[in-house]
Design a binder for this molecule. Structure first.
Ligand code: HEM
Ligand code: HEM
Length: 226
């Protein structure tokens, strides 16, 4: 007999808001980065916002709702290997939160975003544009960071985002597994006894205060350069 299913909260509101705002900021960063000079102040602000969001997500990965916690989605190499092997065999292993490949891509995304922002802090186009730390960092660092920011990091991010979006579309169309709707409304239809993520008024307020604290840390980091 199969156990009865019900809608279970998997992605708490802070995780979902984080995802939407992060996606919009990153999109804005690519547009303002490519359009150049006049939009650069906005580029910097969006970059600082991304940093505050990544800091928030790191803290939320420790204190957030059950399925947003790192312990519940960061896979071991063995789990990734078994997952890929079972996918190649066409086996279907439903996952409640991120599957092992999804977990790996979340971590990679957070690391690449951190690197992109850190390199932005040190970037200098030697004409009019410079990140807040470029003036006092050793020239060799600035050169390396500028090359990373404008050539390597942005390409890595584009590749990862294209992979990210195409894999959720692949899961939707080929595997008939809709990962997108739960990222929007938070719930998945699962056996009733599945562990749910805490998503109450208090936990949302807690998340907001964490994000405010993270924004303050970013503000202090930016000021370090002046
Ligand atoms: C610049 C654009 C984007 C970035 C930077 C981005 C980043 C991320 C990150 C960091 C997560 C992990 C969420 C968490 O646990 O906190 C995630 C998950 C997810 N994203 Fe995106 N995302 C982007 C665009 C999109 C788009 C356009 C879609 C929809 C087509 C999408 C669908 C999803 C889904 C469904 C998940 C959950 C995957 C799962 O269930 O394992 N993302 N994304
Ligand atoms: C995730 C965050 C970020 C992304 C995705 C991003 C992306 C980009 C892109 C695509 C360009 C255009 C590169 C080119 O066409 O040459 C650019 C340029 C630039 N970015 Fe960012 N950026 C981010 C964060 C930052 C931050 C936080 C700062 C500084 C505080 C910054 C400072 C700059 C500067 C000064 C340039 C001009 C470099 C030049 O023209 O040589 N960026 N960025």
């Amino acid at each position: 007999m199969t156990s009865p299913s019900e809608f279970v909260r998997i992605w708490d509101l802070p995780t979902r808001v984080f995802h939407i705002v992060l996606g919009l900021c990153v999109l804005g960063l690519f547009v303002t980065g490519e359009l150049g000079d006049a939009l650069m102040p906005l580029h910097y602000w969006l970059g600082y916002a991304v940093l505050s969001l990544v800091f928030f997500r790191i803290v939320w990965g420790l204190l957030g709702g059950h399925w947003s916690r790192f312990v519940n989605f960061v896979p071991s190499p063995k789990q990734v290997f078994h997952y890929v092997r079972s996918m190649r065999r066409g086996e279907h292993h439903p996952n409640v939160g991120h599957n092992p490949l999804g977990g790996l891509s979340v971590l990679t995304m957070l690391c690449l975003l951190l690197l992109q922002v850190a390199s932005g802090f040190l970037t200098d186009d030697e004409i009019s544009l410079a990140g807040p730390w470029a003036a006092w960092a050793p020239p060799s660092w600035v050169e390396l960071a500028t090359r990373y920011h404008t050539e390597i990091g942005r390409v890595l991010l584009i590749v990862l985002i294209v992979l990210h979006v195409s894999s959720v579309v692949y899961y939707r169309i080929v595997k008939h597994n809709d990962l997108i709707s739960p990222m929007l409304h938070g719930d998945k239809q699962l056996p009733a006894q599945t562990q749910h993520s805490r998503d109450t008024f208090t936990s949302r307020l807690f998340a907001l205060s964490i994000w405010i604290a993270c924004s303050f840390v970013v503000y202090r980091l930016v000021l370090l350069g002046s």
